[in-house]
Write a protein of this length. Structure first.
Lengths: 418, 161
């Protein structure tokens, strides 16, 4: 019997010949990601750190991105504690305010590589499956223990195989695909499971794969992973990572799957997740006409250059509806610079866009773009839970950059196909 | 003892709103906001020994440990649910919070029913009727029984020296 991606990677990480789904293994992850929550994490183990130090200065990746720049004295103090920790223990991979959203930064800096195991104290760590990494979210306490010991336990997940056929038809994009999948499988449809994407993945750019992998957690997945191919290799080479630096892993043709699903990409339509669950998915045309007051373009899900460009193409030379606040949130400084250089940002700003500092922004409701009771936001982010954008009496609708831009122009939910 | 019963897909924003994530980390900071957007009564009335019962996919969403830390801190005896989202499941073990996956017990429960948990015996009594659940794997029990992951890791570090 062949092995799945998860079986192969975890066997290697655990230093054993083979593993089976359900088995619990002890692994030493290649990297541990933490962000603003590093201050709370280190706060748990101050005395232990004094005594034992960190197990590795190279394992830890820290990105300040969640509430940046600091919104008040408390968050500022948290950031300062993180910087003090980084300096005191010589943490190698530290990215301060303004570099980007952690999930974008980890990949841009070449730290998430094919076949590697990464864990992060953020649920969207699963995004690195886009580049064939085994990446999953953990909690703060586990991150604290990892800083000290460098190891943790993982249960080998069963795997769901999703085969993609054909190619998406513009203006349909990767967000529509993943919303369709989550709507079909449900918010817990992949709970504890690995999700492997097979088939015509070559038609999806790495940016597209990020969108799909990022939202794996919205159906409960432990990991969501794409195969390594020429598209991945080119992307990593552009990030400065030579092919010799990593060893891709993929499932055997006769691997055993918990379930299998097939999607015809050409048949995917613009999709939208209605409040307050990510699996409450409808076709955009069936939700058309709902009034919106805010439109959020960006985040770790859809804040890459191709996303900004797709929205700019819709908005170019036009103005957003005066009832709508369009917020633009590039996922990193590199993306912001590229969008400045190629004129994308100018198009978005001229259309009425308000550019936010690179980071998580309004997505988690801690600052910037909080909603008022009764307001609705259409967003390219990944969660529409009640209260997510800071107000429990507001509503969040999740859609693609194309749909968000088209809706911002009209002031109502609008199908980007017109 | 009171049973707090909720539905499916109770997410981390309902258990502990994201807006407090970077300002509340200790048990005392977390307690007043527990379940704030799901059940405004909970934080004020919950008592040690109470049970939280819910449908499937409890704790889905963010890798936010405040719900697990907070529920343990207020003395919740156990969360009994149809199923748990995996990051919450890990967070609970790491905090030493008892989780029991038992959809049959959840389905059988009616408001006012007595619920008794027999953790060692692997069963829940709902209105006198027993529902079994499988034991946790030994490696995971060892973490929970140490009082959570940090006490467990500390003991391991000391042993290694």
């Amino acid at each position: 019997m062949g092995q799945t991606f998860a079986q192969k990677v975890l066997a290697r990480a655990a230093g054993v010949r083979s593993v089976v789904p359900g088995q619990i293994v002890t692994v030493r992850p290649d990297h541990l990601l933490t962000h603003d929550n590093t201050s709370a994490i280190v706060g748990k183990i101050e005395k232990d750190l004094e005594k034992h130090g960190v197990v590795s200065t190279e394992m830890s990746i820290i990105v300040l991105d969640h509430v940046v720049p600091a919104v008040d004295e408390k968050t500022a103090t948290g950031h300062r504690k993180v910087r003090d920790f980084v300096a005191k223990y010589g943490i190698e991979h530290f990215y301060d305010v303004g570099v980007g959203v952690c999930h974008q930064v980890v990949v841009e800096k070449g730290l998430a590589l094919p076949g590697r195991v990464l864990v992060g104290s953020d649920s969207h760590t699963c995004a690195y499956g886009a580049v064939n990494a085994f990446a999953t979210g953990i909690d703060r306490t586990e991150a604290a223990a990892l800083l000290l010991t460098g190891e943790t336990w993982l249960r080998v997940p069963p795997t769901i195989k999703i085969t993609l056929q054909g190619a998406l038809k513009s203006p349909v994009s990767a967000k529509d695909l993943v919303l369709k999948i989550i709507g079909d499988l449900g918010a817990d449809g992949a709970n504890y499971d690995a999700v492997e994407y097979h088939g015509d993945v070559a038609s999806l750019s790495v940016d597209d794969r990020f969108v799909v992998a990022n939202m794996g957690i919205e159906m409960g997945a432990k990991i969501a992973v794409f195969p390594f191919d020429a598209v991945t290799e080119k992307y990593l080479a552009a990030a400065g990572v030579p092919r010799t630096a990593y060893e891709p892993v993929w499932a055997d043709a006769d691997a055993e799957y918990k379930s299998e699903h097939t999607y015809n990409l050409a048949a995917i339509e613009p999709m939208i997740a209605l409040p307050h669950k990510v699996d409450n998915v409808k076709r955009v045309k069936d939700a058309a006409g709902i009034e919106i007051q805010q439109a959020l373009l960006g985040t770790c899900t859809n804040g890459r250059l191709s996303d900004l460009r797709a929205a700019a193409a819709v908005l170019d030379g036009r103005k957003v509806d005066p009832r709508v606040r369009l917020l633009v949130l590039p996922a990193s400084r590199e993306i912001l610079e590229a969008a400045l250089a190629d004129g994308t940002l100018a198009k978005l700003v001229r259309a009425g866009g308000v550019v936010l500092p690179v980071g998580c922004g309004p997505c988690l409701g801690a600052h910037q773009g909080i909603l008022a009771p009764g307001e609705r936001c259409i967003s390219t982010s990944n969660r529409n839970f009640k209260g997510r954008m800071g107000c429990k009496d507001s509503e969040i609708y999740l859609a693609s950059p194309e749909t968000v831009a088209a809706s911002a122009l009209k002031g109502v939910v609008t199908d980007p196909r017109g | 003892m009171r049973v707090w019963k909720y539905g499916d897909d109770v997410n981390t924003d309902m258990l502990f709103p994201g807006k407090y994530t970077y300002t509340c980390a200790t048990a005392d900071e977390i307690k007043p906001h527990l379940l704030e957007d799901l059940d405004p009564e909970f934080a004020g009335k919950v008592q040690a020994g109470d049970i939280v019962m819910a449908g499937k996919n409890f704790g889905c969403g963010s890798s936010r440990e405040q719900p697990a830390l907070g529920l343990r801190a207020v003395g919740i005896e156990a969360v009994i649910a149809g199923s748990f989202a995996r990051i919450f499941y890990r967070a609970a073990i790491n905090q030493g919070l008892v989780l029991v996956e038992c959809p049959e017990a959840v389905a059988a429960f009616r408001p006012g029913d007595d619920v008794t948990l027999d953790l060692a015996g692997g069963k829940i009594l709902v209105a006198g009727k027993a529902y079994g659940f499988p034991p946790l794997p030994a490696q995971i029990l060892a973490i929970r029984d140490a009082g959570g992951l940090l006490p467990y890791a500390r003991a391991k570090l000391e042993k290694g020296k």
